[in-house]
Ligand binder design. Structure first.
Ligand SMILES: Cc1cc2nc3c(=O)[nH]c(=O)nc-3n(C[C@H](O)[C@H](O)[C@H](O)COP(=O)(O)O)c2cc1C
Length: 331
C-alpha cells in the first residue's frame, strides 16, 4: 500500500480524494445515494444529469451535498436543450467537478467553470481530440474504450491508452472501459494514467438504487452478454450502446427489419423511418433500472459485468480494487 501511493498521488491530488477512482456517471443509477457513497469511500462520485430538468438537478445536488462533505461531480450531456441553465445551477451550487459528455464542450463553457475554480473533465476519443481539449483549457480527460457500458466509441481501452497516454502528460488522464479489478487499474497507472473511471462495477453496490432485477441480471451475466447494439442499414443510423442482450435487443433488430421493409416499399419517409429507430430506446433505461423491467428495458452494462459477483457496499468495492492493485504492485 505504501509504494502504490506514489502512483495514486497525481490523480488523488487532482480529484481531492483518497483514491483516483471516478464513479462513472450512470443515468438513473448515479443519484445521491451512490454518488455520496463513492465520495465518502474515497473516490469521486458523479451525479448523472442525463435528461433531468434544471430544478431536478439542483435538488439532486443539494441532497447529495447533505450526504457527503467530500468533492462531487456532475455529468452534463452537451446536447441537453437546457445546458446553459444546467451550467448555472452547477456553478451556483459550487460543484467541484464537471464531466462533459456527448461531445466536445465549447471553450466558453470551460471558461465559465474556470472562472469559478470548478474543474472540467471531458472525454477524448482520439489523440487529436485530446490535444484540442487540452488547448481549450480542459483540466483533465477521460479516455473510454469500447468495453464500457452505455454509449461507446469504436476503439478498445487498451488501444486508446497506447494512443493517448504516452503523448499527453500536462493534464491528468483517467482511463475507463472494462476495468473490473485492481490489476487492470494498476496497468493503466503504470502506463501514465492518473486514475480510472468505473461504472459497471458500481451498479450492484448496496447503496445503488437500481432495481433488484437489474442488479441480479448483472450478477448473472458474462462479459459476452454485454453486446453492442447492431445497425442493419446505413440509412437508419443506430447509436452504438453496450448493453446486456435481452428481449428488447432482439425486438430492436426486428423493428429495424420492419422499418427497412416499409422504407423500401415507400410506406414511410426516410425521416419517419429514422425517427422510429431513434425513439425505440427512449425511456428504456429507466424502465430497466427503476421499474426492474429487464425484458423490455435497456440493460446498459460494460463487459466487466462478468466481474460483478455480488451486492457489496461501495467502500468494499473500492478497497478491493485498491488491494488488488497494491498486491500486484508489490509482487
Ligand atoms: C447503466 C449505465 C449508464 C451510463 N450513463 C452514462 C451517462 O449518463 N453519462 C456518461 O457520460 N456515461 C454514462 N455511462 C458510462 C459510465 O459513466 C462509465 O464511463 C462506464 O461505465 C465505464 O466503463 P465500465 O462500464 O466498463 O466501468 C453509463 C454506463 C452505464 C453502465
Amino acid at each position: 500500500m505504501i509504494d502504490i501511493r506514489k502512483l495514486l498521488k497525481k490523480g488523488s491530488d487532482f480529484l481531492g480524494c483518497q483514491f483516483p477512482i471516478i464513479g462513472g456517471a450512470m443515468t438513473w443509477v448515479s443519484e445521491k445515494n451512490l454518488v455520496s457513497a463513492i465520495s465518502n469511500a474515497g473516490g469521486l462520485g458523479v451525479i448523472a444529469c442525463g435528461a433531468m430538468e434544471p430544478s431536478h438537478l439542483e435538488n439532486e445536488i443539494i441532497s447529495t451535498q447533505k450526504l457527503t462533505k467530500n468533492p462531487i461531480g456532475v455529468n452534463l450531456i452537451l446536447m441537453h436543450p437546457k445546458i446553459e441553465k444546467l451550467i448555472e445551477i452547477c456553478i451556483e451550487n459550487k460543484i467541484h467537478f464537471i464531466v462533459f459528455a456527448g461531445g466536445i464542450p465549447k471553450k466558453k463553457y470551460i471558461n465559465q467553470f474556470k472562472a469559478k475554480r470548478i474543474k472540467t473533465i471531458a472525454f477524448a476519443s482520439t489523440l487529436f481530440i485530446a490535444n484540442r481539449l487540452k488547448n481549450f483549457g480542459i483540466d483533465a480527460l477521460i479516455i473510454e474504450g469500447s468495453e464500457a457500458g452505455g454509449h461507446i466509441g469504436p476503439v478498445s481501452t487498451n488501444v486508446l491508452a497506447q494512443e493517448i497516454l504516452p503523448f499527453i502528460s500536462e493534464i491528468p488522464i483517467f482511463v475507463a472501459g472494462g476495468i473490473g479489478r485492481g490489476e487492470s487499474f494498476l496497468n493503466y497507472l503504470r502506463q501514465g494514467a492518473a486514475g480510472c473511471q468505473i461504472g459497471t462495477r458500481f451498479v450492484c453496490a448496496s447503496e445503488s438504487v437500481a432495481h433488484d432485477n437489474f442488479k441480479n441480471i448483472f450478477i448473472k451475466s458474462e462479459a459476452r452478454s454485454a453486446q453492442v447494439s447492431i445497425q442493419l442499414d446505413d440509412r437508419l443510423p443506430v447509436i452504438p450502446v453496450r448493453a446486456i442482450k435481452n428481449k428488447a435487443s432482439v425486438l430492436f433488430l426486428e423493428k429495424q427489419k420492419e422499418v427497412l421493409k416499409n422504407l423500401e416499399q415507400g410506406n414511410v419517409s426516410l425521416k419517419e423511418a429514422q425517427l422510429t429507430i431513434e425513439k425505440f430506446w427512449s425511456g428504456s433505461l429507466k424502465k430497466a433500472v427503476i421499474d426492474g423491467d429487464i425484458e423490455n428495458g435497456s440493460l446498459m452494462a460494460g463487459q466487466s459485468v462478468s466481474m460483478v459477483k455480488k451486492i457489496q457496499p461501495v467502500k468494499e468495492i473500492i478497497e478491493e480494487i485498491i488491494q488488488q492493485a497494491s498486491h500486484e504492485y508489490n509482487k
